[in-house]
Write a protein that binds this ligand. Structure first.
Ligand SMILES: [Zn+2]
Length: 302
């Protein structure tokens, strides 16, 4: 691939606006964009997410399938509290669940990037009218087999003639090819009246503070890390004034778990020392470490 054919997937800025960063691997380059301040990976691997869903044995998405089967067993056993605890252990699904529970119970919900369907299945068990969409046919088939025919291919979503009060994207927006275009398609989906979009976004701030090359979800799965102000500017430019965001910072214990995890996988000695320094600064001097996926966002379209 020619270097000058690269452009920013977030704002489409050309090569002149991009600064190369040290590569993640020989095949995966990194750039930072002077315009939108995002950091993105360039790997040239098309159909990556279809392949990730298809290869259940080796894919990071295999854990979603295991969780989905566990959630299904708990729903079938009538143990919704235990099923809920699975989601409450994930900060992003805790955020989504708490938000959903603050709304009337008769809302229609769409989860975009529903993977094996566990969250949609759980919401339906709670009594919500919930649906899921994904770009992977394998994910749609698996989710439908487990939780019923409530899942659509992303490309067929606009043909469903449904309106959604709430659109939920957890762990998705940093994985799509063109986040601005993708978000616009969700804004335009169905009837806008009353619609709210909630999502979490991966954070370039995490890379700035830790000096790491990438969070623990690697390309070609996660490809884009956003500046913490990007989505506020995006919705302001889209004339959607009701946008709220919050940046989550890691607790020391989860940060330590990340250190051990990253060290075991690929961190070199110098990076590990840097990471340890950040950890001690956070424990003893209260320095805040951004969560790698911790930009929590709510956009109300009405
Ligand atoms: Zn950009």
């Amino acid at each position: 691939m020619k270097g000058n054919s690269v452009c920013c997937p977030v704002c489409n800025s050309g090569y002149d606006c991009l600064s190369p960063l040290p590569v993640i691997s020989p095949c995966i380059k990194r750039f930072t964009c002077c315009n939108c301040k995002s950091i993105f990976a360039n790997h040239g691997y098309v159909e990556a997410h279809q392949d990730l869903h298809s290869s259940r044995a080796t894919s990071p998405y295999s854990s979603h399938y295991s969780v989905a089967r566990k959630v299904l067993r708990l729903i079938d056993a009538g143990n919704l509290d235990e099923a809920e605890n699975i989601f409450l252990r994930s900060f992003k699904y805790k955020f989504a669940l708490e938000y959903i529970k603050s709304l009337p119970s008769n809302i229609t919900i769409l989860e975009v990037g529903s993977s094996s369907g566990q969250f949609v299945g759980f919401l339906r068990a709670l009594g919500y009218e919930a649906y899921g969409s994904d770009i992977s046919q394998d994910a749609i088939t698996n989710a439908g087999d487990m939780f019923g025919e409530y899942f659509f291919l992303q490309s067929e979503l606009s043909r469903q003639k449904k309106s959604f009060d709430l659109v939920v994207l957890m762990g998705t927006i940093g994985c799509v090819d063109s986040p601005s275009v993708f978000m616009k398609s969700l804004i335009d989906l169905g009837c806008q009246k009353r619609k709210t979009i909630i999502f979490n976004a991966p954070s370039a701030h995490y890379i700035d503070v830790t000096g790491l090359k990438w969070p623990d979800t690697l390309p070609p799965d996660l490809n884009i890390l956003f500046h913490e102000d990007f989505w506020a500017l995006y919705f302001a430019e889209s004339k959607i004034p009701n946008f709220f965001s919050q940046e989550v910072f890691s607790l020391s214990n989860s940060f330590l778990a990340r250190l051990v995890f990253s060290y075991c996988r690929r961190m070199n000695f110098v990076q590990a020392l840097n990471f340890l320094k950040i950890f001690f600064d956070s424990v003893f001097f209260g320095k805040k470490v951004p969560h790698p996926y911790g930009l929590l966002c709510i956009a109300k379209l009405n």
